[in-house]
Design a protein around this ligand. Structure first.
Ligand code: HEM
Length: 335
């Protein structure tokens, strides 16, 4: 597998439960039935090698992981930004990862529980009234709101609306065919990415001018970061990592809760047990007049087990991408 820009896509359909397997098979079309578990193809216009066996996945992700680096098709990388955590390696990756992890640490999330509860309550109200809602779409809106809170902390409504408007356009381009033709999804998405970059840089300028960085949100953590030499992250690094975390957080979480809803509505007993747990807390909190606490979120064993089991069953990320950093021989073949 040469380092000629070819991307390796690793799917693990044989390790997956039936529903996730169907998704991967659907995404792969009938390809693997016709060509086997390893074949060359193109994704978003880029040459790539698809691996779909557990052995191959283990080889790329575990035993020979050092020969590969995480990647995404170039068109997606251009939209997210090359300085995002996903594309870094070595010490730079470790530093950035620590920084991102610290801003998402338990103590920071704990403090946000009442605000997250308010976002969820508002979403629930907006779904009432008997209209049909598209679960995944609505959950994406919800996870976007939470991600914005975690990333930026408090943000004025106008700013949040502009971020939302442009991020939604950007999001539609991630899996669109890359083209510079005006009017296409990818073209619109690339323009929205530019506007988002400017918007985030404006927020950065404002934060730095007030000199009150709280270290309670990702943006402030990124802005407070100093290398040993005292160098700060550039504005572009900050923008790429903000967009990178939005990208990593939104679909994954929305997809998880879409599956949770599917599973619990399929199983009446489970749904009743979860309702019971949640109702008890709601009543204890004076019908929601008092905010949810972190301890309460830890005191719902059925709900938490359902989330964990859904993560196992649904296999939210059914495939991932790697790029070979040198020629690699797999199964006696140099591909
Ligand atoms: C159910 C929810 C989620 C699932 C299943 C999930 C799964 C994953 C997986 C499998 C990877 C590794 C991808 C690879 O190696 O190719 C990853 C990476 C990452 N995820 Fe998540 N994720 C979830 C939610 C989130 C959230 C909420 C955030 C941020 C708020 C986040 C931030 C990241 C970041 C920054 C990386 C890159 C890490 C690195 O390069 O070191 N993820 N996620």
């Amino acid at each position: 597998m040469k380092d000629d820009g070819r991307v390796i896509q690793v799917g693990t359909k044989d390790l997956l439960p039936e529903n996730a397997k169907q998704t991967v098979l659907h995404m792969m079309g009938q390809h693997d039935l016709r060509y086997g578990e390893i074949f060359k193809t193109h994704i978003l216009g880029y040459p790539c090698i698809m691996l779909a066996s557990p052995e191959a996945a283990r080889f790329v992700l575990l035993t020979k992981a050092s020969l590969f680096k995480p990647t995404y098709p170039k068109s997606k990388e251009r939209l997210i930004g090359a300085a995002a955590l996903f594309y870094q390696q070595g010490p730079c990756h470790s530093r950035l990862r620590k920084l991102v992890q610290a801003s998402l640490s338990l103590d920071k999330i704990q403090r946000l529980i009442p605000k997250i509860e308010a976002i969820v309550t508002s979403a629930l109200h907006s779904w009432s009234g008997g209209r049909v809602v598209h679960t995944f779409h609505e959950l994406k809106k919800l996870t976007f709101e939470v991600a914005i809170l975690v990333i930026f902390g408090n943000l004025n409504c106008k700013c949040k609306e502009k971020l939302k408007e442009n991020y939604y356009i950007l999001d539609r381009g991630y899996n669109s065919f890359p083209t510079k033709i005006p009017g296409t999804k990818y073209y619109k998405s690339a323009l929205a990415r530019q506007r988002l970059g400017c918007l985030i840089k404006e927020i950065v300028r404002e934060r730095l001018s007030t000199k009150r960085l709280s270290a309670k949100n990702l943006l402030d953590c990124l802005l407070s970061f100093r290398e040993e030499s005292g160098k700060m992250l550039t504005d572009d690094h900050v923008v790429d990592n903000v967009i990178g975390v939005l990208f990593a957080a939104q679909d994954t979480t929305a997809s998880l809760f879409t599956w949770v809803l599917k599973y619990i509505t399929d199983k009446d007993k489970l749904l009743e047990a979860i309702k019971e747990e949640q109702k008890n807390i709601h009543e204890f909190n004076d019908q929601g007049l008092r905010p949810l606490t972190w301890a309460q979120t830890r005191s719902t064993p059925v709900t938490n087990k359902v989330i964990l089991e859904t993560l196992r069953m649904a296999s939210i990320i059914s495939f991932t991408y790697r790029e070979a950093t040198e020629d690699v021989i797999y199964d006696g073949q140099l591909a």
